[in-house]
Design a protein around this ligand. Structure first.
Ligand code: AHR
Length: 500
């Protein structure tokens, strides 16, 4: 017999409102993300601007709300002024390749507009200066000044109105060009934020951060009142200089709730510094799997063979889908403090979409974004989940206990329709979830949409594009305030209920 979980829902008790920007993505100048990814002027699948039409359509389908660009580590030596107007290829010191430089600010903003996403520009706080950063804001958002004139000269009469900006990328880390101590970081953020907001005070500003009290205390005491977001990052299964580790489903799933721990730590840090309710978390790079960039910390050349291996579709399976759903559930549960998240990256590498010469492959994670973006709703309603747990081997080969089911209940404030996420983390066993609506309004009908494949290692590829896809079923409910839903092993379901 299946294991049983019970989800009690109070549909009229709203815990909070989610920000749709938690379904955002990230695009870096790395391997095939920009060139040969979203931007491919030579392709028969591209539009007149060189953007891949099939990628745009796929990103519109999942209502991509925001895209962060241009890095990542790439940004810390990115000379943005050389990426507008006349373009000359240059040597990229982050990834040690030649940067073609034909995709810059104008192209990024145009790509975002085609997708319907907000552009989120991460500035160069490595080799760059506060003046460079604020000139970038001027280029994008002002009507007057030298850089606004440059934008007009480049064919863009109207300001781009880029609302979301961030100062730096991972500047706390020794790997980053222009790494800083907490004290150095605090001064740079203060000067940069001041100049950027003097150019346009309506922008929202994030800073590179970590779940560390001292780091945040120093920078927020100096500059906290000029900021709107703290950015944090997370990858839970790293690639090494030798390549990609083969990890089992259980090893990966053991980490499914670690992102939530990171969110809670940062929330407590913001609270202890008096910034809870004033600053929000932008989890602006995240993925179960880290990118493979061998030799990054050594002085060797970029290893293209290993980067290519990182792009292979069979690497990305139901573990990625289940982890992604748990991550998004964590953002919804903490919607009071998490306002943005950016899956890293948007195409290729370990991303949700794979591009090739004749089309795209939608990886399992893509379908999870499809479910969450299209079938969950703005209000997070109160629910209490009782789920059995099971033991999984963590990476260190010690056992970790994880709940078999993870769930979040959402409701559409306009129509009362509910969208309930049900994630079965178990690799072999199904689970039955009994759902009780406490004090609930009646529900007329129920639909489940489930992302799954035959096995934990099912994946999509050019010759099997739908091995993992969304399966839809209509349920007949005898009692719409007390009924059960079957959740197959390693699956992600969204249950929709219409108000009766
Ligand atoms: O592996 C991707 C890189 O990871 C990004 O460039 C950087 O921001 C992060 O450390």
């Amino acid at each position: 017999m299946n294991q049983q979980a019970v989800l009690d829902i109070l549909p009229d008790h709203v815990d909070g409102k989610r920000d749709f920007m938690v379904f955002g993505h990230f695009l870096e100048h790395f391997h095939r993300q920009v060139y040969g990814g979203v931007y491919d002027p030579g392709s028969h699948l591209s539009d007149e601007n060189g953007f891949r039409r099939d990628v745009i359509e796929a990103l519109r389908q999942i209502k991509t709300p925001v895209i962060r660009w241009p890095g990542g580590c790439f940004v810390s030596a990115y000379p943005w002024k050389k990426g507008v107007g006349r373009r000359v290829p240059y040597y990229d010191k982050a990834w040690r390749v030649e940067e073609p430089n034909s995709f810059g600010t104008d192209e990024f903003v145009a790509f975002c507009r085609a997708v319907g996403a907000e552009p989120f520009i991460c500035t160069n706080a490595g080799a760059g200066s506060p003046e460079d950063m604020s000139d970038w804001v001027e280029y994008c958002n002002l009507e007057i000044g030298e850089w606004a004139a440059q934008r007009r000269a480049n064919g863009h009469g109207e300001p781009f109105d880029v609302r979301y900006w961030s100062i730096g990328n991972e500047n706390y880390g020794s790997w980053e060009m222009g790494a800083k101590t907490a004290e150095e970081w605090a001064r740079l953020v203060l000067e940069s934020a001041k100049m950027m907001k003097r150019v346009d005070h309506t922008i929202e500003l994030a800073i590179a951060s970590i779940p560390d009290l001292d780091w945040n205390a120093k920078v927020l005491r100096e500059a906290g009142d000029l900021l709107d977001w703290v950015s944090i990052h997370g990858y839970w299964s790293s690639a090494s200089d030798e390549g990609i580790f083969e990890k089992g489903y259980d090893n990966l799933i053991a980490r499914a709730f670690e992102p939530e721990e990171r969110i809670v730590t940062v929330k407590h840090i913001l609270g202890s510094l008096g910034y809870l309710g004033k600053l929000r978390i932008a989890f602006d790079e995240w993925n179960l799997r880290g990118w493979c960039h061998p030799n990054f910390m050594r002085f060797g050349a970029a290893d293209h063979a290993l980067m290519d291996a990182n792009d292979i579709n069979s690497n990305y399976n139901m573990a990625d889908a289940v982890f992604t759903a748990c991550f998004l559930n964590s953002c919804l549960r903490h919607c009071d403090v998490v306002g943005m998240a950016n899956f890293s990256p948007v195409v290729n590498t370990v991303g949700a979409i794979f591009t090739h010469a004749d089309g795209i492959v939608l990886r399992p994670t893509y379908h999870v974004f499809d479910l969450f973006a299209n079938h969950t709703y703005d209000e997070i309603v109160h629910s209490v989940l009782a789920s059995p747990s099971f033991e999984v081997a963590s990476e260190e080969d010690s056992a970790t206990s994880v709940p078999q089911l993870d769930a979040v209940a959402t409701r559409d404030s306009a129509t009362g329709r509910m969208g309930i996420t049900l994630v079965n983390l178990h690799g072999a066993d199904a689970i039955t979830c009994r759902i009780r609506g406490l004090g609930a309004s009646a529900f007329a009908d129920a639909t489940t949409r489930t992302v799954n494949g035959d096995a934990v290692d099912s994946y999509n590829d050019v010759d099997q594009p739908e091995a993992v896809s969304i399966f839809t079923a209509e349920l007949t409910l005898d009692d719409s305030s007390d009924f059960s839903v079957e959740c197959p092993a390693h699956s992600v379901t969204v249950l929709n209920l219409n108000a009766g």
